[in-house]
Design a binder for this molecule. Structure first.
Ligand code: IMO
Ligand code: MG
Length: 327
């Protein structure tokens, strides 16, 4: 079985813990888009990990691949690797990197710092993808060929073509970064990230899982143009894992979810952070920009949303609550 996990909103839906849950029976974890703009939180053996390049499987002892669609900042990758090794008491992640992933250069960071005005994570993402498309980028294979590349220090195994699990017939969980509303093609352009949030090659994926949070959060500029709900960012502890920025929060936006679901067509959906709703006096869902329905209790909300989206089969609390099956 090969499972794909994709965010249905603006990132930060809880993909890290959902991937950790669904990948238990898989031998590999693969990241295929974005780079250190992602911030995936995983709890394992009492340790909280904030991962940026690595998929969750890195701390679960799985083989992990950073595939061709990614952009990699080798300095940040090394720091992240060292942090994981420290917590895993010297055990090293089994890291495989595609020769065709692209490298984020110092120059990309400088240019992103100056900014394009969309409120990026300032990790050089747009500029690295920009150089890739201009055919002026540097690939991970070029980086590895350098005499003192940190990739060697980490004991990385380089590969060409698809991730080795495909050729070896081993199962993989494909852990998406960002979310559909941030997708370069289908998101709220230009307030999007610079990559697709879908894998470019359909690696025998047998199950597609969408992740949605019980409300909407957004970092950076641009939509949603819905009014912020007072106290929701604080209740949900919505501060960026990557940049520390406060995420703007509002209720679920039904139309956007319908749209995201029409793109991914998930087999199952996980609804995350529902316990946060208990902290608020009322719970809302935007049916349309000027039409809000309100619920008094979380149970009423859950009944409503699981009826509207019958694909919701799992619900989880925060921060590291186990997933419970609802259907
Ligand atoms: P995960 O994987 C939330 C947002 C940025 C900005 C826009 C473009 O943790 O869900 P970029 O640095 O990619 O050029 O920024 O995209 N963004 C994210 N927001 N979660 C993420 O990743 C994000 N990755 C990028 O805030 O609005
Ligand atoms: Mg995040």
């Amino acid at each position: 079985m090969n499972t794909l996990v994709v965010g249905l909103q603006y990132g930060d839906e809880g993909k890290g813990r959902v991937s950790a849950h669904f990948g238990k029976d898989h031998e590999w974890y693969v990241r295929f888009n974005g780079g250190p703009n992602a911030g995936h939180t995983v709890y394992h053996d009492g340790v909280k990990y904030a991962l940026h390049h690595f998929p969750s499987g890195a701390v679960l002892g799985k083989k992990v691949a950073l595939d061709a669609g990614m952009v990699i900042d080798v300095t940040k990758l090394f720091k992240e690797w060292a942090e994981i090794v420290k917590h895993m008491k010297g055990k090293q992640p089994k890291l495989y990197v595609s020769k065709d992933a692209h490298m984020i250069q110092y120059d990309h960071l400088v240019r992103d710092e100056e900014g394009s005005g969309i409120g990026s994570t300032k990790r050089g993402i747009a500029y690295a993808y920009g150089d890739k498309v201009l055919r002026e980028g540097e690939k991970a294979g070029d980086e590895y060929a350098k005499e003192y590349s940190p990739l060697r220090a980490m004991g990385v195994k380089m590969y060409s073509g698809l991730p080795p699990c495909i050729y070896d017939g081993e199962s993989a969980l494909y852990e998406g970064a960002q979310g559909i509303m941030l997708d370069i093609d289908y998101g709220h352009y230009p307030y999007v990230t610079s990559s697709s949030v879908f894998p470019s090659v359909i690696h025998n994926i047998t199950k597609r899982i969408g992740v949605m949070k019980a409300y909407t959060s957004r970092v950076g500029n641009g939509p949603p143009m819905y009014p912020e709900v007072e106290g929701l960012s604080e209740a949900g502890d919505e501060f960026g894992t990557t940049t520390g920025r406060r995420r703007r929060c509002t209720w679920l936006i039904l139309k956007e979810l319908e749209y995201a679901i029409s793109l991914l067509q998930p087999d199952e959906i996980v609804l995350t952070k529902v316990d946060i709703l208990d902290k608020l006096n009322t719970i809302g869902v935007w049916m349309a920009p000027d039409e809000l329905v309100e619920f008094k209790t979380r149970q009423e909300f859950e009944n409503f949303i699981t009826t509207v989206f019958p694909q919701i089969t799992w619900i989880s609390d925060s921060p590291d609550g186990e997933l419970r099956r609802v259907k």
